[in-house]
Design a protein around this ligand. Structure first.
Ligand code: ADP
Length: 169
């Protein structure tokens, strides 16, 4: 039976940290679904269509290098329900530091209580990308900092445009 992983996140925007987790998770699973959560839509800077387009472009080279079948999805329901609907048995999450650990383990235990048939697989962030957080990237971009080493070019451009539009509006 195909082993399917489900990697949920806001991806506002996708960073090299997320892409590192995706690349490594692709080695563990036959199928991997990258799922953009749209339930906290109001709090995101980039619209879901833009986040999806950037992710799609960023996933292409990873797809070319792996046997894993990677696909993109959106969901606005509970993560466990979306994972089940996608046919996944595993939720994939990344761990950067102690605060990720505290939050992520609590989420994993809650998800396990809600769905006994699902388990969460954690991948420790790689040393080179463990300081990258979408929220920090947005703050740096808003102050005019160079974020090109943390996110794909398309993400940097989309952030710049969204921040400029916010200032105009
Ligand atoms: P959420 O809104 O669920 O926090 P994110 O897109 O910020 O969504 O993160 C999705 C997952 O990716 C989380 O498990 C988070 O810990 C992980 N993650 C985010 N940035 C990194 C990084 N630099 N390295 C490894 N994992 C990361």
């Amino acid at each position: 039976m195909a082993r399917t992983g489900f990697y949920p996140g806001s991806f506002d925007p996708v960073t090299y940290g997320h892409l590192d987790i995706i690349t490594r998770a692709a080695q563990l699973f036959d199928r991997l679904i990258i799922a953009i959560g749209t339930h906290h839509e109001k709090k995101t800077l980039l619209p879901v269509e833009v986040r999806a387009r950037i992710l799609e472009d960023a996933l292409r080279p990873i797809m070319e290098r792996t046997d894993c079948e990677i696909s993109l999805a959106r969901f606005s329901c509970l993560t466990v329900d979306a994972a089940r609907r996608a046919g996944a048995k595993f939720i994939v999450r990344g761990l950067r530091d102690g605060s990720d650990f505290d939050y992520e383990v609590r989420m994993a235990q809650m998800n396990a209580a809600l769905a006994h048939d699902l388990d969460t697989v954690f991948l420790a962030a790689s040393p080179s990308s463990r300081m990258i957080a979408s929220s920090l990237i947005k703050q740096i971009a808003a102050m005019g900092g160079d974020i090109s080493q943390f996110v794909p070019m398309e993400a940097a451009e989309a952030l710049k445009a969204a921040l400029a539009a916010r200032e105009d509006g």
